[in-house]
Write a protein that binds this ligand. Structure first.
Ligand code: 76R
Length: 248
């Protein structure tokens, strides 16, 4: 059997995409809308406290285009917590004015392709910080799921560890060129969802998403082996911006 890459897993992830039922939201009376906004505010505050306590992180972004209206990206220590938070939102009054657009279940993943150094990586602060990342509050998010191809001529999983390592080196070098401009979080979803990885990118300048993804298309890992799902791009929603979006 071919050698599998070793992976380290961190926090579990749920990308929960929702659309707003504007007809229902507009038909609600002021009091009902106020209750909905209050409950939403309470949840956002709770998620902030979890982030401060270091036991999880949450990103809230509006989504541009018709695929969804907003996304909650939750990182938590267990699937139970992820499930609880999803259910807690579903029970809110505000959730009654939303519909489910798409969701993605995965876990923060680091692989050993480019690993270096001695000792247990799980004890290293820089590794822990990547496995349990505080999601950046960048102005924009970009999410898409992807696979590595398994076709007869181009089968990632039949390449030797050495070949994959060398291809990943080139991938990492391109990525590093975007240091400071794009923050990437790779989550693994084999056994969890319909694709093999979720790619979540954060940037203040949305053009950096386009430039990074385009440049990678020419790199062999993506050009030959990458298969991509739908792309979702959005803008940061603070408490205030969320309230603003919902204002009639
Ligand atoms: O983790 C590391 O920083 C080491 C290098 C590295 C690995 C192992 C790395 C760096 N990535 C790794 C793994 Mn990546 N990455 C993607 C996409 O659109 C596309 O063509 C592909 C989507 C982007 C945009 C991206 C960005 N990466 C992976 C894996 C797992 C592969 C496996 O195990 O087979 C996937 C699916 C994937 C996909 N990558 C980087 C980036 C960026 C910006 C970096 C540099 C990070 C940095 O050095 O700060």
């Amino acid at each position: 059997m071919n050698e599998a890459a070793l992976t380290l897993e961190g926090w579990y992830a749920l990308h929960d995409f929702r659309s707003i039922d504007w007809t229902a939201w507009k038909a609600a009376d002021d009091e009902e809308r106020a209750v909905a906004l209050d409950e939403l505010h309470v949840l956002l505050q709770e998620w902030g406290s979890i982030e401060e306590a270091g036991t999880g992180s949450t990103a809230v972004y509006s989504i541009i285009g018709q695929k969804a209206d907003f996304v909650f990206m939750y990182l938590r220590e267990s699937l139970e917590e992820i499930n609880q938070i999803e259910t807690a939102f579903n029970k809110t009054t505000f959730a009654q004015y939303t519909t489910k657009a798409y969701s993605y279940v995965s876990v923060v993943e680091l692989s050993n392709y480019l690993a270096s150094g001695e000792g247990d990586p799980r004890q290293k602060p820089e590794v822990i910080a990547r496995l349990q990342p505080v999601l950046p509050k960048s102005k924009h998010i970009c999410f898409y799921p992807m696979n590595k191809k398994r076709e007869l001529a181009d089968n990632w999983y039949m390449l030797s560890m050495e070949e994959r390592r060398s291809l990943m080196r080139s991938h990492g070098l391109i990525g590093r060129g975007y240091a400071g401009k794009v923050k990437q979080i790779i989550t693994g979803s084999v056994g969890f969802d319909d694709w093999e990885w979720g790619v979540t990118l954060f940037a203040d300048d949305p053009l950096q998403f386009k430039k990074l993804v385009y440049e990678m298309r020419f790199d062999e890992v993506s050009a030959r082996y990458g298969e991509f799902g739908s792309f979702y791009v959005g803008n940061l929603l603070t408490d205030e911006l969320f309230a603003e979006m919902l204002k009639l």
